[in-house]
Design a protein around this ligand. Structure first.
Ligand code: ADP
Ligand code: MG
Length: 378
């Protein structure tokens, strides 16, 4: 992707100082566990945000995105604070702010952004932007910033500058991803272990189905689930649901809160079991039942699925998938399906057919290939 560097050079009459990238991500398993101090198992996608940047003159930063045609958004990276920059550029300005707040030098930047991470599909186009800007700022400053620190800076931009109360999985996956590997993240302490996930060696593929379901009430429901999980932890007297086990659940009196907790407790166990199987060299087909159980738990206990994702999961299984589940925060977004490489076409056809029968927009299906995390391209 040198196009964004070419665009930069054409506009400014000089090549950028550097070109950096950061990917979107898919979560294999471990949903809504990240804000419960639990475990997640995402991987970085080949889809990425790419940033071409150079120091700016004139005391102002100017940022542009190929996906947001129009004038550049201007702000001062050296002094910008939350609330000053609205819209898409908040993800960029927020990363400048958080990078500065972390104690690193930030000069004014001339920045061009281009991304092929689908926006709002639950593949974390937002983290891709923040992390790409983060590695660019580190590169421009000549600062050696470790990936976890950059992920925390990017998350702070999203939480405190953009104002989205998300967990830390997306940025950690975007920073730590590696080709052929899953990122096993213990969100208590942010420790990372890379887990082998070599699907071609087993004649397997992981399909990602973007259901294109209309997102409804996602942020309000997300907040409600967080509140339910906090209530569950309080009822059990534990710091977070990470510290609870299946035997604790009957102690939660409220039926809904108990089901929410059951999802988190069983989901954490499924992540750990998935890692155990894959790290031990098991055939990846062995994780199929865990993917299925995760979906059932999200549908019945956590209640974060919608008809589009339930239909996609059912149709994927009917088409021969070894396991399938919704991935991401819920209320729309994407489904993943573990499929035989020579059965991918049948699974895709089955999902398309199920959507067509209901008069729904055609879903977008692509192979999810574990790819490298953020870095410098040029
Ligand atoms: P996602 O699930 O894709 O992360 P979010 O709502 O968290 O969805 O983030 C999407 C937002 O991130 C967009 O509305 C936009 O503000 C910003 N964004 C993502 N990609 C780009 C891009 N290429 N150019 C400009 N802004 C982007
Ligand atoms: Mg996002």
């Amino acid at each position: 992707m040198s196009t964004v560097a070419d665009a930069f050079a054409t506009r400014h009459g000089a090549a950028p100082t550097g070109v950096w990238f950061a990917p979107g991500r898919v979560n294999l398993i471990g949903e809504h566990t990240d804000y419960n101090d639990g475990f997640v198992l995402p991987f970085a996608l080949p889809h990425r945000a790419v940033v071409a940047a150079a120091p700016a003159t004139g005391g102002r930063s100017r940022v542009r995105s190929v996906q947001e045609p129009g004038a550049a958004v201007e702000f001062s990276a050296a002094s910008v604070v939350p609330g000053e920059v609205p819209g898409w550029a908040a993800y960029v300005a927020g990363t400048c702010w958080a990078f500065r707040e972390a104690g690193y030098p930030v000069g004014e930047v001339e920045l061009e952004l281009d991304s092929d991470v689908p926006v709002g599909a639950g593949l974390s186009s937002s983290a891709a932007v923040e992390c790409a800007v983060g590695v660019a700022l580190a590169g421009l400053a000549g600062a050696d910033v470790d990936p976890t620190t950059l992920a925390r800076i990017a998350r702070r931009a999203e939480n405190e500058f953009v104002g989205a109360p998300t967990g830390g999985m997306d940025q950690m996956a975007s920073m730590h991803g590696r080709a052929g590997r899953l990122v096993f993240l213990d969100t208590r302490g942010d420790t990372v272990e890379l887990v082998p996930f070599d699907l071609p060696a087993h004649d397997l593929e992981l399909l990602v189905v973007d259901t294109r379901a209309p997102h409804a009430h996602a942020s309000g429901e997300y907040g409600a689930r967080r509140a339910d999980c906090e209530a569950a932890a309080a009822a059990l007297g534990v710091p977070a649901l990470r510290d609870a086990g299946p035997d604790d659940l009957p102690r939660i009196a409220d039926e809904r809160i108990r089901r929410r907790a059951r999802h988190i407790v069983t989901e954490n166990a499924r992540v750990v079991e998935t890692v155990r199987l894959l790290s031990g060299g098991a055939d990846p087909r062995a994780i199929g039942p865990l993917l299925d159980a995760s979906h059932t738990s999200m549908r019945d206990d956590f209640e974060i699925t919608v008809p589009h994702v339930d239909v996609a999961v059912e149709a994927a299984r009917d088409g021969g998938a070894t396991g399938a589940r919704m991935t991401g925060g819920g209320f729309g977004g994407c489904v993943i399906a573990l499929v035989e490489a020579d059965g991918a076409a049948a699974v895709t056809a089955s999902v398309r057919e199920a959507f067509a029968q209901r008069g729904w927009a055609e879903p977008v299906v692509f192979p999810g290939t574990p790819s490298d995390g953020a870095g410098r391209l040029a």
